[in-house]
Design a protein around this ligand. Sequence first.
Ligand code: SF4
Length: 728
Amino acid sequence: MVQGHCGLCPSGCAVQITIQGGRIGRVVPRRNVTGYRDGAKRRPDAMSCARVGRAADIVHSPDRLLFPLKRAGARGENKFERIGWDEALDAIAAGLHDTARRHGPQAACMYTGRGTFERSLWEMLSPAGVRETSAWSLLFPFGSPNSTGAGSNCYVSHAVLAPAVTFGVWGAEMFPDVENSRLIVVWGTNPANASPPLLMRQIEKALQRGAKVVVIDHRRTETARRTGAQWLAIRPGTDGALALSMIHVLIEEGIHDREFAEHWTEGFDELRAYSAGFPPEKAEEMTGVPAGAIREVARAIAGPGGAKSAGYVGAALLSYTGLEYTNSGVQNIRAVMTLWALSGNLDTPGGNLIKMPDTDFKVNPGRRLEPPAGVDPIGKSAYPLYHLYRKEAHATELPRAILHNEPYPVRALVVWGASIITGYPNPGLWRRAFSALDFFLVVDRFPTEDSRYADIILPAATSFEEDSYLISGRRVEFRRKVIEPVGESRSDWDIVAAIAGRLGYGQLFPRSAREMLRWAFEGTEVDLQELEKTGEVSLAVSPMRYRKWESGLLRKDGRPGFETPSGKFEIASRILKENGYEPLPMYTPPREGPTSAPALAMDFPLVFNSGSRNKAFFNSQHHNIARLADQRPNPLAWLNPRDALPRGIASGDAVEVVTPRGHVRFEAFVTEDIVPGAVEVDASGGGPLGPSSWREANANELTDSENRDPLSGFPVYKALLCDVRKIS
Ligand code: SF4
């Protein structure tokens, strides 16, 4: 039995692992002092989730990639033969150099996803000067600025673009003060499904001390059911209208934080005028949320007496990807963030707190590399804001570059720990693009739908098989590998080192996981030898101070205000304006929705949603693990009885969900827990492994690669039109 960390998702929960004959056996949440089964306390990060008990099934799955593979058939035919590492690395260097000779080094592109959970890769390999993490720099010295990744369709709208252009703070620099909230509003997220469900545990504790929970979602989620929350059943894609209506209520009733609005915002008067167009009765027509509930929840968010009253206890907002995937995703999120600030819940006890500047330990960023100058990455002109904060290419523009040479050819691709065909709209487009490549390398732990098209596949190890570190606030831990890499797989860091070495610039990257650790901690407060010896170092944290804009804690120059061009909370964002976007958080109805496309809605009368998470799987991973797939044997399509009955559909029926782009088979789940008129389908199907029902259900056959949020470039995975038909 060893004390270790789970390596199945980025959380790295503390676990105890039984090792049997060099293999992982049983994995359970780590004990604290005595056995947790006896009622002793667990470590706070000793969470459990559906996957942790299946770690051995995953790590030692017969589907694991164990050796380097070389394509042995036509591209896409999925025929490969085993080769050695030397031959594979020679082929990679030859493929990339050949592409550079013919089209220039920028014709090589790299995409990184969440198939590797090793956070040090992002922390060490992000471009220099990026405040958070971004895509990897491995091809920068080769001469290509084209590094991109899962930020092109996840997280960045919510945690980077919306807060950065509005008040100069990143999502990772904030947290909801659930432990002290009087009201917890869960808007477009489902903490009960999170990995790990840490916030759900906090919400349930808050309930015990009398906090109230409101869930705003088109589904009554598990979070809503378990907490007995007030459910505002909203029509998909209309969240911005609801937020603006609540802002209107605050201003109309004079219950907003007037001092904040007057002294610390830019654009408040324009917002007042604009939000007047969203009275609750009109918003009810748009969102489906009753006007009375809009007023009631707006008043509850503002709280009795307001933010400046003595002993004010705030309302916490929990929000995530639910708001990202519509045509006005970034603006909807900005509207909600503005609602929080104007209601006095920004950086207030019980509200949404901005961390103290030293709250999170940061590894040494000094070894990060700059992207090469002289050529812009693809997607920069289409999504300048995304590039401004990420310094990376935008993946949605890749097919255009591969198939149409726009803005220039991309002919070589490296996909590392990702599944683009299941993750992005229009799988057929991606298949055509992958088929047109001159060279394609996939690095992963399991075969993916993308790897079917690869020239070379390299087998990577899991986080159980590699030494590294874990950071949680100011606590830094040494994560020891608990088994040797399975088969001939290598750690991600060893693969980075091998490729960089073969390309002739190995000295610019750590040459092993050990060197990575040295680079990560050099010049920091953490001594690596000490960390390795003790396993854990906890550094002091400054005591929390609230409303930091008043005391100069948010600006680099130490002056009061926000780190924005005006120094204010920019309801009307100057950065948006400078980049050609609407500065106010204006609401745009879904482009393919019942009001914007009424003729299409005659044939496709329901509103399609996808992209929500599933407890058993991590996105498209783990469908092949029988004891996880058993928890969701078939991909589901949720629909309300009011929509199911006229179509003769009952729970368990085979149905096909149809959009103007295609049709996909699901199992019907008829429930009152989804608003009438909406359909929610399970995403992440369409991979090469697991039950056939999942392999055949790629929800992205139904989405549209050209329908995106113009600010973030994120595809619209929610709020499209569809219909559902029973399969007889
Ligand atoms: S949430 Fe589950 S899968 Fe993720 S690290 Fe924790 S135990 Fe592992």
